[in-house]
Design a protein around this ligand. Structure first.
Ligand code: FE2
Length: 302
């Protein structure tokens, strides 16, 4: 595709894409749901329904019948069907490269928020990864929900882009700067550098022209480019995220349900486990976008 809606110098293409993107955009969470008979082997019409939602909103939720079956083949099979395979095995992932998110009382994981019952604020996954290992798609599969709480909120990063560009396209230009956001190094047990500083843009475009967002709203362990224009762009971005937008979907994934997404912005409410219900989610992250959901595939007629 020679033209790209995310090109700041081509407002006409952007406006045409924006109109098409917002037309029939889901207004309720229910619009994202698709009932499936067997997530390990989706029927064509189930796959089509899920893919169509991802093409529109970068996310969809399947409602399966597997209940609390903890078979890792469920998320693996979903990923295969969506054509993603470059699994990001982060250092806390299980041996099979899938992260099993539960509350941990022991070991190194207990020190990391995903493995506690605390709230997690707005972010996209892998914002601390190197540029070549950015996460383009992220899946969650619920094996068990918490006794109470643990809802996720989801916000399509392309919509956030639209809201920011509408306010002032300069905000986008500033957040596309290669030094916009730095994540300081993670130190290992002995104070050694386990992961170096990662600096990069918030918004970037892939080789195929798709929009990627690398972001966390957290204040600690985050260094923003030190200038007034970055400060004001980030301030507005944070206001959009915390401003109770109609475009935010809040979901509670019941056992057997799962999120398929192009790594949209998300957060998690705090939760409380009880004897009957201990929250257990599988999370998987891939370097590729979901099959058939690229901007040139969805909006090729632009
Ligand atoms: Fe996340």
């Amino acid at each position: 595709m020679d033209i790209n809606p995310f090109d700041l110098d081509d407002n006409e293409t952007y406006l045409r894409w924006r109109e098409s993107k917002l037309k029939d955009y889901p207004t309720k969470f229910d619009n994202l749901l698709v009932e499936v008979n067997n997530p390990r082997k989706l029927r064509q019409r189930e796959f089509d329904a899920l893919q169509q939602r991802c093409r529109k909103a970068n996310m969809a939720v399947y409602v399966g019948k597997t209940g609390d079956d903890p078979d890792p083949e469920i998320p693996f099979a979903i990923a295969r069907q969506f054509g993603v395979s470059g699994l990001n095995k982060n250092w806390l992932a299980d041996e099979n490269a899938l992260s099993s998110l539960t509350v941990r009382e022991n070991g190194v994981r207990q020190h990391y928020i995903p493995y506690t019952n605390q709230a997690i604020n707005w972010h996209t996954d892998g914002y601390y990864n190197s540029p070549e290992k950015q996460i383009r798609s992220m899946m969650l599969h619920s094996v068990q929900k918490a006794g109470s709480g643990g809802e996720n909120s989801l916000f399509d990063h392309e919509i956030v882009y639209i809201l920011l560009r509408e306010a002032d396209p300069e905000h986008i230009r500033i957040l596309m700067r290669p030094d916009a956001l730095s994540i300081p190094p993670r130190l290992g047990e002995y104070g050694e550098v386990a992961r170096k500083t990662e600096t990069g843009p918030v918004f970037s475009l892939s080789a195929a022209g798709d929009l990627h967002m690398r972001y966390t709203i957290r204040k600690k362990n985050v260094v923003w480019a030190d200038n007034p224009e970055t400060k004001s762009a980030v301030k507005l971005l944070n206001q959009i995220l915390t401003g109770d937008s109609d475009f935010v979907f809040q979901i509670l994934l019941e056992p057997g349900m799962g999120l398929i997404s192009n790594n949209v912005l998300h957060n998690r409410n705090a939760f409380v486990d009880n004897e009957k219900n201990s929250r257990h989610f599988f999370r998987s992250r891939y370097f590729e976008r979901l099959r058939g959901t690229g901007v040139s595939e969805v909006y090729f007629s632009l």
